[in-house]
Ligand binder design. Structure first.
Ligand code: ADP
Ligand code: MG
Length: 231
């Protein structure tokens, strides 16, 4: 078996008050997997995603991604890590409304110092592949929810991340747009993109995930591998 792209080792996360959000969690994710993280509200799903994304640090344990100890990185290291290795998609898109679709998608490349012509070519390619090329000059506010999420996915993929992380990517979408995003993520994984997604949307997990874990009270209560035939 290939070395895991994510290794979470005995990770606990405690906030100032309340029970631990994560309690002694162990998890390995391999390149090419599409992992769906399910579980009731408050079970630690977003916390887990944030630790993998380097947006937060564990109270105990280690988080290794793509060979890097994310939990030990400096702020500057984390910024570089997120820029170069991680693409993130959120429930409410987090697009910049006063930038055009194209400029939103170009942003990560700009931060990485990619030359403008190369970046524009890559953005055009992504926008076409995601079926939103006709909106390049539009502002996100003019787009439907499903289109906005496609733009967010394009932006997340701009720097060819080792890992695409999505937190409730269909949570704010109508059912047609949700189906759209479902298909998109499933296609990306079929093309080899490693994906970790947190979702309540069982249809999304069904369609996209090669593996499903369920968190309950900050622990993994279930871990199920699915064969391609079952998808
Ligand atoms: N920034 C925070 N400060 C304090 N408690 C938090 C914070 N973030 C999450 N929590 C708590 O940690 C637990 C897990 O939260 P979260 O990971 O957001 O769950 P989920 O995404 O599964 O709904 C919850 O009890 C939540 O209230
Ligand atoms: Mg959450």
């Amino acid at each position: 078996m290939s070395t895991p792209i994510i290794t979470v080792r005995d990770v606990s996360k405690t906030y100032d008050e309340g029970p631990p959000a994560l309690a002694g969690l162990d998890l390995e994710v391999r390149a090419g997997e599409a992992l769906a993280v399910l579980g009731p509200s408050g079970s630690g799903k977003s916390t887990l995603l944030n630790l993998v994304a380097g947006l937060d640090k564990p109270s105990e344990g280690s988080v290794t991604v793509d060979g890097l100890r994310v939990d030990e990185m400096s702020e500057a290291g984390l910024a570089r890590y997120r820029r170069d290795r991680i693409g993130m998609v959120f429930q409410f898109f987090n697009l910049l409304d006063d930038l055009t679709v194209e400029d939103n998608v170009l942003l990560p490349a700009q931060l990485a110092g990619m030359s403008r012509p190369v970046a524009r070519r890559r953005a055009a390619e992504l926008l076409e592949r995601l079926g939103i090329d006709r909106h390049v000059r539009a502002f996100p506010g003019r787009l439907s929810g499903g289109e906005r999420q496609r733009v967010a996915v394009a932006r997340a993929l701009m720097n060819r991340p080792a890992l695409l992380l999505a937190d409730e990517p269909t949570g704010a979408l109508d059912s047609a747009s949700a189906a759209d995003v479902r298909e998109l993520l499933t296609g990306l994984n079929a093309d080899g993109q490693t994906i970790v997604l947190v979702t309540h949307d069982t249809a999304l997990a069904q369609a996209c995930a090669s593996r499903t874990i369920e968190l309950v009270d900050g622990r993994i209560a279930r871990d199920v591998l699915r064969t391609a035939a079952a998808r």
